[in-house]
Ligand binder design. Structure first.
Ligand code: PLP
Length: 835
């Protein structure tokens, strides 16, 4: 690299020299530091801004193209986007990686090191939020015009520390050092109203509703560019941040109340302070309802504003906007869109209803009753009185339709009503979502079947055409190409790089499973990943991991239904066998766990404590630790996940059948060549449909068997009927793992025995232990193992989120790709800026 100014502007060139110059100028002119005063974070920031510059032109070009061509857009509304880091993906998708690496190395810095400075954007809990992030990548890569809409929480999912084995939550102050990927749009500001009352007046024979005396809050937009692979389409993720209204009424307070007035202003801004850290649990908190409405109101106002710029008639709204609701969290979109159409734009009810249904779609993410949102009517009455009226009107029309379809069936009306009767009435948001949208989809075949047959059968009967399945997926750009570069290179070397944008091409690897040389290469790549992970965990946590052991991994939210306890019980069985000297043929195994528990979920937090205590005892036992080690890796998050999946060999997907809607962790394991050890639940079923049951370890009851057995489930009989299970349970609760903390695990014993155990751990423990034996039998023959691992990668193509998004686009959204011109010559920014 010559030390000359590049011939093209430093904020555009994709060559090494322009990037180096861009970096240097940002360091000096944007960040105001030099080589002496800059921290590694400054250097990361300078690089990130350099990369962001190279997105700008195509971002604007994309938006102009969509505007000029009057395209239909997808609006993905999600209260969670679990993005993780953006640097690696942006650089890969723009084909900038070689130039960036070279520029940094010429400047004396390491790409590997600087990228580690990035703080995860952890604006989600788990699978639902990560799905939204994968969808953004696929939407942009498929050139689909789209916006992600969400909230810009000041604090994302908490940082998990482990102290004496217990989870301790720390706030995630992720914006503390600045976020280089976002651009604040102070001019894009939406007033949102809360409280007040509704005045009804009759004007020219028509009833009109005025929502008055409200308290306004503002939503300010922050935009993040989302670049697709190849850099052609750059879509937008628009996140809203709450601000006190400018006309914030200080006069309402006496002069002496100045401090109270400022405090009230601050309280408005608290709306987007923090992400609720509960996965699959409805809490019913007022602040959460306010978040949901702020989010929905800002997003719909923005969508409507953009639609109006196009100059179309209202009837055409569904031809220009496909709005997808990620779970019921944004389901206030139904009454809010009705309110906008009727109260603000004077449409009649039937026309407004037709437009609303046609433009909205709803994705259901769980069957678990404790996750179902039901907002108390008094809370809605107080915060959103006009929306409550509209919901009642919707329900009235809906129940009329039900009673015509099923005359005289009062019970059915009660069951299906959007309003649940009771001491305090509640609004069933799932019913509202099904009634108020044209599509309700589940996220895996089994989940959609159960949704239709068990959860809302009467809705499926009334609206059979609305129900459909869209099996979840993951983006191979992040979960294989970026996070596992060695495996990606091996794959590309043999079958070319088409799999990056068409994951089904991985099928071409299937014949290579029979190629001994390829299997050897695969084994080497896996071994290197295992060694690398061992090094990282040694450096970060002091873990002592044997890279020659089997890496058996369960990483996901900690939840009873996911059954980390089943895994723990089996580990205790193994421990007992070793203590009895049954070590013949035992292959050393490392059990890795990671995951956060909701801060109020005591039992899940106790499961973390149990795993950590087992870890202390087992790893500290000189004999047992030769065969068996257990580690709980703190603070599971996207950037950590990316380091674990490449090294995994066994993928633990062991939920009670019928409880995991889809799972997406299972897909990340599969395409990184881990073998699934799983129940017939969620997408596991489709995974074995693709790869063949013989290439996975499937155990346990089916969803049907679970449902049949549940009323008769007797954990005591299973405990008494299996000596090894009895011994493991006895040891677990003997105090052996908590001798200085007597009795702490008793709530787990009660969960397994006294309370009937909804998740039926002991029903599957024997077949799980048997499947674990098969794991080790197969691993003894590494050739057979590697063959199956390669077949798993080869058959993982169906689980690309590109496939999922194509199906949404065709079946639900009816949107078409829109190609965007890519510039090759430098843009004359000066000319562009001229008036
Ligand atoms: C993929 C992913 C999940 C979802 O994992 P499941 O095993 O499907 O529950 C949760 N958290 C993170 C950080 C992920 O990357």
């Amino acid at each position: 690299m010559e030390n000359n100014r590049p011939s093209i502007p430093t904020r555009q060139g994709h060559d090494t020299e322009s990037i180096a110059w861009g970096y240097a100028e940002h360091l000096k002119f944007t960040l105001g530091v030099d080589r002496y005063s800059s921290s590694n974070y400054d250097r990361y920031m300078a690089l990130a801004l350099t990369v962001r510059d190279r997105l700008m032109n195509q971002w604007m070009k994309t938006q102009q193209t969509h505007y000029k061509q009057k395209v239909k857009r997808v609006y993905y509304l999600s209260l969670e986007f679990l993005i993780g880091r953006s640097m690696g993906n942006n650089v890969i998708n723009m084909h900038l990686q070689p130039a960036v690496e070279e520029a940094l190395s010429e400047l004396g810095y390491s790409w590997e090191e600087l990228r580690e400075e990035e703080i995860d954007a952890g604006l989600g809990n788990g699978g639902l939020g990560r799905l939204a992030a994968c969808f953004l990548d696929s939407l942009a890569t498929l050139n689909l015009p789209s916006f992600g809409y969400g909230l810009r929480y000041d604090f994302g999912i908490f940082r998990q520390q482990i102290e004496n084995g217990w989870q301790v939550e720390q706030p995630d102050d992720w914006l503390r050092r600045g976020n280089p990927w976002e651009i604040e749009r102070p001019d894009i500001v939406v007033p949102v109203h809360f409280g007040g009352r509704v005045d009804t007046i009759v004007e020219r024979g028509r009833r009109k509703y005025h929502w008055v005396d409200t308290t306004p809050v503002l939503g300010i937009a922050f935009d993040t560019p989302i670049v697709g692979f190849g850099g052609e389409t750059v879509n937008t993720l628009r996140l809203w941040s709450a601000r006190a209204a400018e006309e914030f009424d200080f006069s309402e307070f006496n002069e002496g109340d100045y401090v109270e007035a400022v405090a009230a202003k601050v309280s408005a801004e608290n709306l987007t302070k923090v992400l609720y850290p509960n996965d699959k649990l409805y809490l019913g908190k007022e602040l959460r309802l306010k978040q949901q409405y702020l989010f929905v109101a800002c997003s719909l106002a923005d969508i409507v504003r953009r639609f109006k710029k196009g100059g179309h008639s209202w009837r055409e709204f569904p031809d220009y906007a496909a709005i997808q609701l990620n779970d019921t969290h944004p389901s206030l979109a139904v009454p809010e869109l009705m309110r906008i159409l009727i109260d603000e734009n004077q449409l009649d009810w039937d026309t407004a209803w037709d437009i609303t249904i046609k433009s909205l779609g709803y994705t259901n993410h769980t069957l678990m009753p404790e996750a179902l949102e039901k907002w108390p009517v008094p809370m809605l009455e107080k915060l959103l009185p006009r929306h409550l009226q509209i919901i009642y009107d919707i329900n009235h029309h809906f129940l009329q339709r039900v009673s015509i379809a099923f005359p005289g069936d009062m019970q059915r009306l009660n069951r299906m009503s959007i309003v649940e009767e009771g001491d305090t009435k509640q609004i069933r948001m799932a019913h509202l979502s099904i009634v108020g949208t044209h599509s309700t989809n589940g996220v895996a075949a089994l989940h959609t079947d159960l949704l239709r047959s068990r959860v809302v059968p009467e809705f499926a009967e009334l609206y059979p055409e609305r129900f459909n399945n869209k099996t979840n997926g993951i983006t191979q750009r992040r979960w294989l190409l970026k996070s596992n570069p060695a495996l990606s290179s091996l794959i590309t070397e043999h079958i070319g790089e088409d799999w990056i944008t068409d994951m089904t091409r991985l099928k071409k690897l299937a014949p290579l499973a029979e190629d001994a040389a390829f299997r050897k290469r695969f084994e080497e790549v896996k071994q290197e990943a295992k060694e690398r992970l061992a090094e990282v965990l040694a450096a970060d946590h002091g873990f002592v991991i044997n890279p020659g052991s089997i890496y058996d991994v369960q990483i996901k939210r900690i939840h009873e239904y996911k059954r980390q306890l089943l895994n723990a019980l089996h580990i205790v069985m193994l421990y007992n066998r070793i203590r009895k000297g049954e070590t013949k043929n035992l292959i050393p195994r490392t059990f890795l766990f990671a995951g956060k528990a909701a801060p109020g979920y005591q039992l899940a937090k106790l499961i973390i404590k149990l795993i950590n205590n087992i870890s202390v005892v087992v790893n500290g036992d000189p004999v047992a630790s030769r065969y068996l080690r257990v580690y709980f890796i703190p603070n599971y998050r996207v950037s950590l996940a990316e380091k674990i999946f490449p090294a995994a060999e066994v993928s633990e997907q062991i939920s009670t059948a019928g409880t995991e809607a889809s799972g997406t962790g299972n897909m990340k394991f599969m395409c990184n060549g881990a073998l699934t050890l799983g129940t017939l639940d969620g997408a596991n079923i489709e995974i074995i449909d693709e790869v063949g049951r013989e290439n996975a370890f499937i155990f346990g009851l089916t969803a049907e068997e679970v449902a049949d057995l549940r009323p008769r489930y007797s954990p005591f009989d299973l405990y008494n009927g299996d000596k090894e299970i009895k011994a493991a349970v006895d040891l677990l609760f003997s105090g052996n793992f908590n001798f200085s903390e007597p009795g702490i695990f008793e709530p787990l014993r009660r969960a397994l025995f006294d309370q009937g155990d909804f998740y039926m751990h002991l029903a599957d423990l024997r077949s799980y232990a048997d499947a674990q034996k098969q794991v080790q039998e197969l691993y003894r023959n590494r050739d057979d193992w590697n063959r199956k691992a390669i077949l798993n990668i080869a058959h993982s193509g169906n689980f690309s989120s590109d496939r999922t998004i194509r199906q949404y686009a065709e079946d639900i959204w009816n949107v078409q790709p829109c190609p965007v011109d890519t510039e090759h010559d430098p843009i004359n920014t000066l000319e562009e800026a001229r008036k």
